[in-house]
Design a binder for this molecule. Structure first.
Ligand SMILES: [Zn+2]
Length: 130
């Protein structure tokens, strides 16, 4: 589906005896579609950058993992390797032992302890080979 109603435009040009302008209309339609896609891509990029800025303002690094503070609560752990390298907030998943979390992307691991007095936190880094 195009931006312009090409059938109506073509018919109007034929009625007006100006059909020679139709290729220019098609070219304009193509340029509009390209610009529309460019705007959509930029909006998506902007949304991602705004999200990263919001995360950057509320992210905490504790014992080899990142935690995001939302409404006074800590959410995480998030992989420090992926955030530091690509600014991607990759949530780490529990793996086997409920205290051990692993990044599904880069496979980094941390051990997380939690108690009523202290929110969950990563206590140590476990290399991939363990
Ligand atoms: Zn990772």
């Amino acid at each position: 589906m195009g931006i312009l109603d090409l059938n109506n435009i073509k018919e109007a040009l034929q009625i007006a005896g100006k059909i020679e302008f139709y290729p220019q209309i098609l070219e304009m339609q193509e340029k509009l579609l390209d610009q529309h896609k460019r705007i959509s891509d930029l909006e998506a990029e902007k949304k991602g950058l705004v999200e990263k800025l919001e995360i950057q303002g509320s992210i905490l690094f504790e014992n080899n993992a990142y935690w995001i503070e939302k409404s006074g609560k800590k959410d995480g752990p998030y992989c420090s390797c992926c955030w530091d390298d690509q600014k991607k907030p990759i949530r780490m998943h529990p793996c086997g032992n409920p205290a051990v979390y692993e990044c599904p992307k880069c496979k980094s691991r941390v051990v997380v302890y939690s108690s009523r007095d202290n929110p969950p936190r990563a206590a140590q880094f476990i290399p991939d080979y363990m």
